[in-house]
Design a protein around this ligand. Sequence first.
Ligand code: 13P
Length: 251
Amino acid sequence: MKRRPLLAGNWKMHTTVIDACQLAAAIGKCSAGLADRDVLLAPPYTVLSEVAHVLQGSDVLIASQNVCWEAEGAFTGEISPTMIKSAGGTAAIIGHSERRQIFHEDHAIINKRVLGALAFGLIPVFCVGETLEEREGEKTFEILEEQLREGLAGVSLQDMGKTVVAYEPVWAIGTGKTASKEQAQEAHAFIRKLLAEMFEKNIADTVRILYGGSVKPDNVDELMAQTDIDGALVGGAALDADSFCRIINFI
Ligand SMILES: O=C(CO)COP(=O)(O)O
């Protein structure tokens, strides 16, 4: 089944207001008129509304890099779905490995974030992925299954249809070590099969599964040619307009 490709840039903790506006403008330009794919940018919270403003009238989607489950309240340091929507965002990255590893976000909190995003109409870009130790210990599938079952617990069939999953092997993030196309395809196929078990096959067949981890202009084409790879979640290369534009224009 052919799914609409989604090319996403996660800017992580990079860009001042000026950098962000320039980068967004360049990406807006090179993604104009692309009718057969979606482009999404996840800038830091401080520039969400500026980036949305620069991209007004374009088809580029805006996401936050995390999201709380409440509309407002005493949650110092958090951002609510309502705030993201009011700034122009329609999606939220959730469960990124940097949140899991550096900030110790566990399955329960990540699940609350997923359900919260959906309750407020934001599309979750739900991230999973194993560490090098887990891969070497042949625990990849076990870890992915745990992350998917726990993180997506309580998600309805209808909401799952809207959710995006990103497979980001931790050992491939920011290391220049991309998973081979075979390794990535194997993990994506596993995720889709598990989603079919957890939800329904026809839902699993429509869910877009992005690959993330050292995606670059020179490896994007072979990754995107894999049956179960429906897009990319790009870190480093998304901060360079020329590189990200090439990625968006994968062949
Ligand atoms: O974590 C990532 C995107 O969310 C991937 O980062 P890199 O593309 O820099 O490896």
